[in-house]
Design a binder for this molecule. Sequence first.
Ligand SMILES: [Zn+2]
Length: 303
Amino acid sequence: MPELPEVETVRRSLESRVLGCTVSGVIVRRRDVIATPDDPPGGFGRQRRLTRAPKRVEKADLLLGDTIEGVLRHGKQLALAGNSERAVLIHLGMTGEVMAPGPGARLRAADHLHVLWTLRRGDGASAGRMVFRDPRRFGGIWTLPDRGALDRRWAELGPDGLAVTGQQLRERAGGSARAIKASLLDQRVVAGVGNIYADEGLFRAGIHPEARAGDLTSQEWDRVARELRTLLCEAVELRGSTLRDYRDAGGFAGDAARLHRVYGRGGEACVSCGNSLASGTVAQRTTVWCPLCQPERYPGSVD
Ligand SMILES: [Zn+2]
């Protein structure tokens, strides 16, 4: 599942390809990947039984006729902002991708291409197509009438992982009895962190993933925030992870997997102390940590 660095990699790559382009055509192949403000919460694709038929999506709501003025990101969510003030929010979910392969690129009709935008440059020349594909359809597209609606949605999330501070983490999670790893995965605490970067951040900060969030000291929150920011920044520079063949908007894979010191390495030697890395389930997710570098904590053992 793409986390912040992978989504930021897609954002940068899309920005270089679609910013300033005008949308001259929109094709919707699957209505149920789109949620409009009139749809049930989450959209029709997430309803087990349809009690009413979805209305057609107005193509203007998907930016037909708009010039793309912004390619934005908060946490793991992307948004395209048009000059009409409308915006389209894109959630990649597990397998979602947004690609803009440029003019002349061959797109295979059978390739789970759910929405296609035709783009033109300012001089009228073709800029090819932008496509949203999502084989497993855990992702989706939300049409928003204005930038205020986008701001309100993103205000429901925590601060972006690239800029989060220890104080923000403590304010949002410090009163909780749940495991620190569960707090870091909660997008309302910090936006953009998923399973990989939660494990890597906690390893770098020397904090056990099952430590109770409420037991962390201010200094420890500062350390977790600092390690997360550094790690996410390094991963963005390496253009995201190659896991699950993750690709940016031009189809290029990233190289951030070489930052992984614990993720996917259960049973291997810790790069820091040489001890065997432990693995187990924390916050319903496979979790890897070093029992020596990230010691378990017992009530009253907080330093
Ligand atoms: Zn270790």
